[in-house]
Design a protein around this ligand. Structure first.
Ligand code: BTN
Length: 320
């Protein structure tokens, strides 16, 4: 029902409650209620007496056929059928659960228009209103979780490559894997391990990219979205094809070559390089200057002449 109404509103034109009720064969009260539900999902809907309902910006809904058609054939043939939801808790949680139940194969992608419990790093919430990118991919590695430290960094590079292919310029990465544009956060990545961290392990890589955030969204740091970064409006489906292809390619390469192969590329985008930072950990805050990343992908920070090495699991880094 919500999807049916959303598909009607997606054209950005006015639709009267009466006409919608007739077309969908439901009462006008039901339409009114559905508009409330869509607003809760983060959609900004104008209601004008005598004209009806309309969204502020045209919305391109997720379309599996378009996403698949734009993938390179070499990936199309290997990719398990993606899972697409109008609404789910978290695309990462869906895949983690599927892996636990052995229902999800390596390479499976999960997409959603909206997440009710979007998750970020360090137990934070990820605001997930309609109209942005929420994409996760499951991947099976033959080596143990210890070899996966650098994966977060490489996934950041994969996202930047997809954004560049979609026309974005001046992209930056903030260790371990935040996507930045001119000092503001454009997206983030959450890498989670399913199952046995000691043996061959399953991983879920979740990517959130802000495409067009509603004005009333609450985010506790400087942020931006693609509507401000790109000169023209982007097709979300095309961006997703670029993203899925890029994740797939970088995961395959990381499996074969490891982090060292990607480190020169990391240096190109690293916005923390030689910058003064505060490192916030659970029980302490350190201040120092970033030296770079080491061969394992850990952050090297010079604190009063002593080098500290930080793993991504616990630390949060703020530029001074
Ligand atoms: C961060 O910067 O803290 C990481 C954000 C990761 C958000 C994505 S959105 C798709 C996937 N599902 C989630 O619940 N989280 C990730």
């Amino acid at each position: 029902m919500l999807l049916a109404i959303l598909s009607k509103l997606a054209d950005g034109k006015f639709h009267s409650g009466e006409q919608l009720a007739q077309e969908l064969n439901v009462s006008r009260a039901r339409i009114w209620q559905a508009m409330g539900d869509l607003r809760i999902l983060g959609l900004e809907i104008a209601a004008v007496t005598g004209r009806g309902y309309k969204i502020f910006e045209k919305l391109e809904l997720l379309d599996l056929n378009r996403i698949m058609a734009a993938l390179p054939e070499s990936i199309q043939v290997k990719l398990p059928t993606p899972l697409i939801y109008l609404e789910t808790t978290s695309t990462n949680s869906v895949l983690l659960e599927g892996l636990r139940k052995r229902e999800v194969k390596s390479g499976t992608v999960c997409l959603a228009e909206f997440q009710s419990q979007g998750r970020g790093r360090l137990g934070r919430q990820w605001a997930s209103p309609l109209g942005n990118i929420y994409c996760s991919m499951a991947w099976q590695f033959q080596h143990s979780a210890a070899g996966l430290m650098g994966l977060s960094l490489v996934m950041g590079l994969a996202v930047v490559a997809a954004l560049k292919k979609s026309g974005a310029r001046d992209m930056g990465l903030k260790w371990p894997n935040d996507i930045y544009h001119h000092g503001k956060k454009l997206g983030g990545i959450l890498v989670e391990i399913a199952g046995d961290a000691l043996g061959p392990c399953d991983v879920v890589i979740g990517v959130g990219i802000n495409v067009l955030l509603p004005r009333n969204v609450i985010i506790d740091q400087a942020y931006t979205d693609l509507s401000q970064v790109l000169p023209q409006k982007i097709s979300r489906n095309l961006l997703l094809s670029n993203l899925i292809a890029s994740l797939y390619e970088y995961l395959t390469l990381f499996n074969q070559k490891g982090l060292s192969y990607f480190l020169p590329q990391w240096d190109e985008y690293d916005i923390l390089h030689h910058q003064a930072v505060h490192i916030i950990e659970e029980h302490r805050t350190l201040s120092g200057v970033v030296v770079g990343v080491d061969a394992q992908g850990q952050l090297r920070v010079n604190v009063a002449g002593v080098e500290h090495v930080l793993t991504s699991a616990r630390a949060s880094v703020r530029l001074v």
